[in-house]
Write a new protein. Structure first.
Length: 494
């Protein structure tokens, strides 16, 4: 870092940097957030900053870092202040966020973390810790006793290490002290995340104290959320640009895109900030909005990933510079949107336009190869389930068939120049075994991959129209290469 003065107050920050429209020290802490990484600071903390500016209240955030010291050491000397950079093709805008009051590093002592969670003023405990950190089996909703944190915490419930262990122990302390329960708000990118965390929390609690589990079930709430904002890891350029814009050295600066979305099930047992001020949607059921994101954003991302990677495009933004591929992306937006029901507060055409701009954003370096990984886990919800909807409703299945064929071509593990690559898929060995006798015959490849257990829905397996649509495109990819196939597919839309 440079020798410039460290960011620690709002004094002296030069225009046009946007400052909090409130004095942070005037507001108490009402939220504890576990996992205070870049995404939280670019997303929930920003919505909370907007809510404090408009409606005030004691809703500042106390962060807890369960692993590592870096976030605490970056934010605490700055009194929780940090620079948020929003980047797009028109440049970079800077904003100082004041909603975080500080971060507790649990590695320096779990007592402080538990005390923060059990404090009477805390009404919401939110989390962004990634799916693996919970130790919950997604299919059953039960905890996995073999998970390291779960195993430790079941054996030592008063001295937790994992997220569920901290939450349950904090709720036990609150019950013992005669305090009300709080809302547990999962902000990780998981389908029906509230239901999953509720199920895992209650299962964990039952294993150590059934009475406590019943109290949690009756008194706490676990709303589901849908979150969306691309937030790359901070780089040296992030810190340099933050310093140039603010005039201060900022060890906690982060960068992100202008777009942000948050859909929240409105089920809070002890109140909440007015997050809708910042654009959050408070709804009764998050699931339809998750379907929108999975089918329109994630499904199209997968199409770009496979077709773009095989065309030699390293980043999504590069792939979106291809006129032919861009036309296929727009077609997929329309095809995916046609499988959805109308959503309150959402215009699907405007959402598609936003997605197109995000994919084209030259400031975001999102690798196609990264998005392409774990295809067998991603394809069902992103592409295959909506393909079934389109098929059963008599809609055009061409875009879904093109995306599926692109994935099958990718599964061969070599590009059009013969260069090999790892699939990076949990079923990579199954895929290679299935393809071992398929050679380069489109029908044989399609038959082999359709035959993978628990991947393609029965409706697609039984549809000759679907199989023909996939195999026709896969045959072209094998014969003419991905670039030519994209051009021909796009030309057919005229």
């Amino acid at each position: 870092m440079s020798g410039r003065e460290r960011l620690s107050s709002l004094d002296g920050i030069r225009a046009p940097v946007r400052l909090p429209a409130y004095r942070p020290s005037d507001h108490g802490v009402g939220i504890v957030h576990i996992g205070c990484g870049a995404f939280h600071r670019a997303h929930q903390a920003v919505y909370t900053d907007d809510a404090l500016a408009q409606h005030g209240g004691d809703w500042r955030i106390r962060g807890i870092s369960l692993r590592g010291l870096d976030v605490a050491d970056a934010l605490n000397p700055q009194h929780g202040l940090y620079t948020l950079l929003e980047r797009d093709g028109e440049g970079t805008k800077a904003r100082i966020i004041g909603s975080i009051a500080g971060v507790i590093a649990a590695a320096r002592g779990r007592e402080a973390a538990l005390a923060a969670l059990a404090a009477p003023a805390i009404r919401i405990v939110s989390l962004t810790v990634t799916e693996k950190a919970y130790g919950i089996d997604r299919s059953s909703g039960a905890v996995m006793p073999s998970h390291p944190a779960i195993a430790h915490d079941l054996a030592n419930p008063r001295s937790p290490e994992g997220a569920l262990g901290y939450i349950v122990e904090a709720l036990r302390l609150r019950r013992e002290a005669g305090l009300p329960a709080f809302t547990v708000l999962c902000c990780d990118n998981l389908p029906e995340n509230g239901k999953l965390i509720r199920s895992g929390t209650l299962d964990y609690a039952r294993r150590i104290d059934p009475d406590l589990a019943r109290w949690i079930e009756a008194n706490a709430s676990f709303p589901s959320t849908m979150v969306d904002r691309i937030t790359p890891a901070a780089s040296e350029r992030t810190l340099v640009d933050a310093e140039a814009l603010t005039g201060f050295s900022d060890h906690a600066a982060i960068e992100t895109e202008p777009f942000s979305q948050w859909v929240i099930e409105d089920d809070f047992v002890a109140g909440r900030p007015t997050w809708e001020i910042g654009g959050a949607l408070l709804v009764k059921d998050v699931a339809p909005y998750e379907n929108m994101k999975l089918r329109m954003l994630n499904g199209t991302h997968s199409l770009i990933a496979y077709a773009g990677f095989l065309s030699g495009y390293r980043y999504v933004r590069d792939a979106m510079a291809s006129p032919g591929l861009t036309r296929l992306v727009r077609r997929h937006f329309d095809a995916a949107a046609a499988t959805l029901q109308p959503l309150e507060g959402i215009n699907l055409r405007s959402y598609a336009e936003d997605l197109g701009r995000r994919f084209e954003n030259p400031a975001i370096a999102h690798e196609t190869y990264q998005i392409a990984m774990d295809g067998t886990e991603k394809l069902p919800q992103r592409l295959l389930v909506p393909a079934v909807s389109a098929l059963l409703d008599g809609q055009n299945i061409a875009s879904f068939a093109f995306a599926a064929a692109s994935w099958m071509r990718y599964c061969l593990g070599r590009d059009d120049q013969g260069e090999s690559y790892a699939l990076r898929d949990p079923r990579e060995e199954d895929i290679r075994t299935a393809l071992s006798a398929a050679s380069d015959d489109a029908t044989a490849i399609s038959r082999a991959l359709h035959g993978l257990d628990n991947l393609f829905p029965d409706e697609l397996m039984a549809s000759t129209d679907w199989r023909r649509a996939v195999e026709m495109r896969l045959e072209r990819m094998l014969r003419f290469g991905m670039l030519k196939t994209i051009e021909d597919e796009a030309a057919s839309l005229n």
